[in-house]
Design a protein around this ligand. Structure first.
Ligand SMILES: *[C@@H]1O[C@H](CO)[C@@H](O)[C@H](O)[C@H]1NC(C)=O
Ligand SMILES: *[C@@H]1O[C@H](CO)[C@@H](O)[C@H](O)[C@H]1NC(C)=O
Ligand SMILES: [Zn+2]
Length: 447
């Protein structure tokens, strides 16, 4: 009964939204708010969930509904605020305002970063002159990783595994000492910014690249890690989208790629476009939705190219997809409550990585399976890598913060976030994971 009421209200709300869309004469994002909601009953969760999938709906769930008593963050356009607040009241869903004016928050975030960048303005993006404490545009990142390759040719190589919709090359930097025996080394894949507004993910990967290359030959752990393993870093997966988020304040919160779609809307959520339980849950068939899964699995050149690369490199044993925000180390699956066959191994390594991370600044991340600690989702990279590419240690990592700034994390949190993430990468050096991995491959190959 309550749910039926919710659906009727939602339909009503949808009409209100349809009428107000496009009527606004104010600047984009002006007066928009980000609300944190606290659904305390299954009905409340179901009602919010129905808003996620409402076709043509303009609400951007920064943190979608999942479980009772798990908070939900949602960006509500100014014109929709009265209707949304009404709905929350009718369903007795408590909330508070996280960001009172999204436009102001975006402008402050971008201006602060711009001011901080002024310190190094005009300097070329070179290995010894790169400012890791600010966010960088794609062309600077491109220059930096190119210079890393040229500065450390004995351990670094650069390749492009895919092109974007707008024709840019997705650059992957490989670090590792070439094996003298010619044997293929186990490898670790780390990518960032498949969701382009999650700038902190890229910034932490650049920092890690710098630490690895700088400490190679002096720090014994880092040296061993690059001697024994190969590391593939893709600092910006969704380059078109990333460039778009830099172009104007109203673009800053874009999530999808920039591909043309049927109808008025642009882009596919590249983390719903993978060929694994495609379109089952936590993804939308509506091209205007922020979680639109695309026309078909791997319809997008970005996901197609990267997935081919991973399939062609069975030595990849660890797949880390860096995202923000919420502070989570998330293991498979997103589409099933069952524990995957390698749950214990996956969980043990995530706990080890989290504790290495927490030791740096005392900042806690939660560890768990996607469906349990995040929300139901399918067609994502993490579950694809595990299910289809056989990568046992496959994770999504949600970096800082827990919502105070959300995607607009101030630049002064880049270094602390990167500092706590780097030792998490180093936990793969412990060696303990290599043994179960080898046993597992042995069992699989002889079964
Ligand atoms: C949710 O929180 C409320 C209030 O704290 C509590 O009474 C209720 O039992 C909780 N429900 C669940 C499923 O955790
Ligand atoms: C984005 O998604 C569209 C939608 O299908 C796809 O065709 C395109 O290749 C993708 N491009 C980029 C840059 O992501
Ligand atoms: Zn993300």
């Amino acid at each position: 009964m309550a749910l039926l009421g919710a659906v009727i209200l939602v339909l009503f709300l949808n009409v209100v939204l349809a009428q107000t869309n496009g009527h606004s004469t104010s600047r984009a994002l002006e007066g928009d708010q980000v609300l944190r909601l606290h659904p305390g009953t299954p009905d409340a969760v179901a009602m919010l969930d129905s808003l996620v999938y409402m076709p043509g709906f303009q609400l951007d769930f920064w943190k979608p509904p999942s479980h009772v008593n798990q908070s939900v963050d949602v960006h509500v356009p100014r014109d929709n605020l009265p209707a949304v607040l009404d709905l929350l009241q009718q369903h007795s869903i408590p909330y508070h305002t996280m960001i009172g004016n999204v436009r102001q928050a975006v402008e402050k975030h971008m201006q602060d970063n711009h001011k901080a960048r002024a310190r190094t303005a005009g300097r070329p993006a070179r290995v010894n002159d790169f400012d890791f404490s600010v966010y960088h545009e794609w062309n600077e990142i491109d220059d930096f990783i190119t210079d890393v390759q040229q500065t450390y040719p004995q351990i670094a190589s650069l390749s492009s595994e895919a092109a974007t919709f707008e024709g840019r090359s997705i650059k992957t930097l490989k670090l590792g000492k070439p094996s003298t025996s010619g044997e293929t080394k186990p490898a670790i894949w780390i990518d960032a910014a498949i969701h382009c507004r999650e700038w902190i993910s890229t910034a932490t990967v650049l920092y890690a690249i710098d630490q690895f290359t700088r400490q190679y030959g002096s720090d014994p752990t880092v040296t061993r890690l690059l001697d024994e393993l190969d590391w593939y870093f893709t600092p910006v997966f969704n380059i078109d989208g990333y460039i778009y988020t830099w172009a104007a304040p109203e673009n800053r919160l874009w999530r999808k790629n920039r591909s043309a779609q049927p109808g008025p809307c642009v882009g596919v959520d590249l983390n719903r476009n993978w060929d694994d339980h495609f379109a089952e849950t936590g993804a939308s068939p509506d091209p205007c939705s922020i979680i639109y899964h695309g026309m078909a699995p791997f319809s997008e050149p970005e996901t197609r190219g990267i997935s081919d690369f991973v399939l062609n490199h069975p030595e990849i044993k660890v797949y880390l997809a860096m995202h923000s925000y919420s502070q989570l180390w998330i293991s498979p699956w997103g589409y099933d409550y069952a524990r995957p066959p390698h749950y214990h191994l996956q969980n043990a390594m995530a706990l080890a990585a989290e504790s290495a991370s927490r030791a740096v600044h005392g900042v806690q991340y939660r560890v768990g399976r996607s469906i349990e600690i995040l929300y139901a989702v399918s067609g994502g990279a993490r579950d694809w890598a595990y299910d289809k590419a056989g990568v046992t240690y496959s994770y999504t990592v949600e970096l800082r913060d827990t919502g105070r700034y959300g995607f607009l994390l101030p630049a002064d949190q880049i270094i602390p976030t990167a500092e706590e993430t780097f030792p998490a990468y180093l936990t793969w050096a412990s060696g303990s994971w290599i043994i179960p991995m080898i046993i597992h491959s042995f069992i699989i190959s002889y079964m």
